[in-house]
Design a protein around this ligand. Sequence first.
Ligand SMILES: [Zn+2]
Ligand SMILES: [Zn+2]
Length: 343
Amino acid sequence: MNAVQIKTAGEVELIQEALPVAADNEIRVQPLSAGICGTDVHILQGDFIGSYPVIPGHEFCGRIEATGPSVQNLRPGDMVAIDPNIRCGVCSRCREGRINLCERYEAIGVTRPGAFADRVCVPAAQAHRFHGDPQDGAFAEPLACVLYGLHRLEIQPDTRVAIWGGGSIGLLHLQVCSRLLGCRVTLIESDPVCLVKARKLHPEKAVLNDSHADKTLRELCPQGFEIGIDATGNIAAVKQLFSHLRRGGQALLFGVYPQNKELSISPFQIFLNDWKIVGSVTYRYEFSRAVALLESGSIRGAALVDHRIGLPELPDFLHRLAAGERLGKVQVVCSDFFKKKIK
Ligand SMILES: [Zn+2]
Ligand SMILES: [Zn+2]
């Protein structure tokens, strides 16, 4: 079979591998849609906790092709969204219920082979049946992350929320905050192309982050926003967020920030403004809810995809993303499946 393997930092190529065989409690899945995420780019850049070589790809939805002898509840042909994060269940963090902080972290596409291949074997317990377009199903993992981050905040309907970043994560936050939670949302984005996409989903308030942005934001919300969400991973955006955060406001730092960068913020301002500052890493029990929201169409996934590519094009796309090119959301799709579906 074909697979895309990151051999070591900076080296990625299309390889031929033997078809994997599902172990006792595993299923073999044909990935139909698999999203590229910042984590995949970090693995290529060498900033990563697993060991090389690795087949990345952790945001995916596919069709079961074979099941191991002990698998009872799933059958070949079933469409499944895969929860890539495998939690041990017995470490002290797992036993506290903080399973996102599991001390024996394993993840499909990070510490074991992922979805950028013709087939991948995963534990059956990680599969959730998905009745819908696999391009939507591939957003279950990032949406679960977004739901967990938002669960950590106190949010009431009509809350004034500002989101920095109109990439796919920012646009998932936008949809959950405006459609599900009834918030009044403003999106701030520096790339005019991303801004156009954001306006399609949410025409009311999407602000271009240019030299006029601070003035525009002050006019929109003179006292500052009750909630600021950073979905950029950019320190300058976080600084701007705090400059528009209302007294008593909450800040969600959702981006993956460069490990060696620091944010300077006055502790006196945190004290005086009664701010709540929240971090967020992966998710706990939000995956099933994410699957349900994407199945029902309450949250749109496929609409966020900018490029649909095949496996042979993936090494080039990963290199371009690692070089800093902004390509929007890229999904590797199984073209045979989508051709059949269109007929
Ligand atoms: Zn991801
Ligand atoms: Zn654990």
